[in-house]
Design a protein around this ligand. Structure first.
Ligand SMILES: [Zn+2]
Length: 392
């Protein structure tokens, strides 16, 4: 079996950036030593399904009743472990809107956790507090703020925030977009009342990405016979923006997944889970996420007042499987949309989300039905293969 100490060879059907085919991955000391094409190499593990890079989730809030909004390192460990066991080996911990003291505390905990390198954490993603009231979804209205408050500077002083989702039409947003971009933070448009012209202006100031399509987005509005496109159309029609899609069958359907895939393609569309603390909990379970309270119902997370979703109850591997099996996205593209594409969109290190020599040995082993079979994180099994045929 694979250990961190000695080289091990895991063979199967490799899902690489451009193609799917037989091959093997040689792992040594937590890193990929070599990626071998063809099926002749003797393997320590002959996996009967697919071998993909570990998944990269850039929009994920929680799991198993806990969330990244909690200023408690045990909560952070519990969330990252749950996602790693389900195939997500790189996580951008996403903090929903909360009061300033709680947000500061959560950023401090996240910064400390990042320093430990624990659990595949790659950085923080602030979703709020600079969101439009009319498109806030489940974010608490009394805690929304305007970027004129200037607090975005202190939020990003640690250098650990990689992405900020904000509404680009708010007062002070242009200055914040320019300032955040200058600090190397990816600015994402989302939970926004902007029309397409305002989005283009925001892109000129540095917006590079858009949060979950169809969730918190303006869509085509009509004023009599006159049509005014929104954030959704601006993103789907753009030549440069990357965007997230919560392809869980609830936030978007198979049709909507195909529209987004055809418009943006596998190099600009990022599959995300937007996983709430309800992920991994049974139907009817209740949870808290900062100031938001939710319930697991009918395969999704619903805010306690019943007026909106408050994230999904899916892991990214579930979203990947939906995109392929329900929306007919080719496997090779869907894997890229859950690995290399989000890694690049979030500005993560070159090599994250790819199987290549010298990279961290993060592998996701899927069975033929695309269910998670095993997960290797930094060369160690966080979920060992149950039915693999191991050869010595
Ligand atoms: Zn979210």
């Amino acid at each position: 079996m694979v250990t961190a100490e000695q080289p091990s060879v895991i063979a199967g059907t490799l899902v690489l950036a451009e193609r799917v085919g037989p091959g093997a991955v040689v792992v040594r000391d937590g890193l990929v030593e070599e990626v071998v094409h063809g099926s002749r190499r003797v393997a320590d593990l002959q996996w009967p399904g697919f071998i993909a890079p570990g998944l990269v989730d850039i929009h994920v809030h929680g799991a198993r009743g806990r969330s990244f909004n909690e200023p408690d390192s045990r909560a952070w460990h519990s969330v990252t472990e749950a996602h790693r066991e389900h195939g997500t080996t790189t996580t951008l911990a996403t903090l929903g809107t909360s009061a300033l003291p709680q947000l500061r505390e959560a950023i401090a905990i996240g910064t400390a956790e990042l320093a430990t390198g624990h659990g595949g954490l790659a950085g923080l993603h602030l979703e709020g507090p600079y969101l439009a009231d009319g498109y806030r979804g489940a974010h608490p209205p009394d805690l929304l703020r305007q970027p004129t408050d200037g607090h975005w500077r202190e939020f990003t002083d640690h250098g650990t925030v990689r992405m900020v989702t904000l509404a680009p039409e708010l007062a002070g947003a242009k200055e914040a977009i320019t300032g955040l971009s200058g600090r190397g933070v990816v600015v994402s448009a989302g939970h926004s009342a902007a029309n397409a012209d305002q989005v283009r202006e925001a892109v000129a100031h540095g917006v590079r990405h858009a949060a979950h399509l169809w969730s918190g987005h303006t869509e085509l509005r009509r004023h009599g016979p006159v049509r005014e496109p929104g954030l959704l159309e601006a993103v789907l029609g753009s030549e440069e923006l990357t965007a997230e899609l919560i392809a869980d069958g609830h936030h978007v359907t198979a049709d909507m997944t195909r529209v987004a895939y055809r418009c943006l393609g596998p190099d600009r569309l990022c599959l995300v889970s937007d996983a709430s603390p309800g992920t991994g909990l049974p139907t009817g379970a209740r949870f808290g996420m900062g100031a938001i309270e939710g319930t697991v119902a009918q395969g999704v997370a619903i805010s306690r007042d019943g007026r909106s979703f408050c994230g999904s109850v899916s892991f990214l591997a579930d979203v990947l499987r939906f995109a392929v099996r329900q929306a007919a996205v080719p496997l090779v593209d869907a894997v890229r949309m859950a690995t290399a594409t989000p890694a690049r969109a979030a500005g993560l290190a070159d090599g994250v989300g790819r199987l290549k020599a010298g990279g961290r040995a993060d592998l996701l082993l899927l069975d033929r039905a695309l269910k998670v079979g095993a997960v290797l994180a930094a060369g160690r099994w966080v979920r060992p293969p149950a039915h693999a045929q191991a050869r010595s």
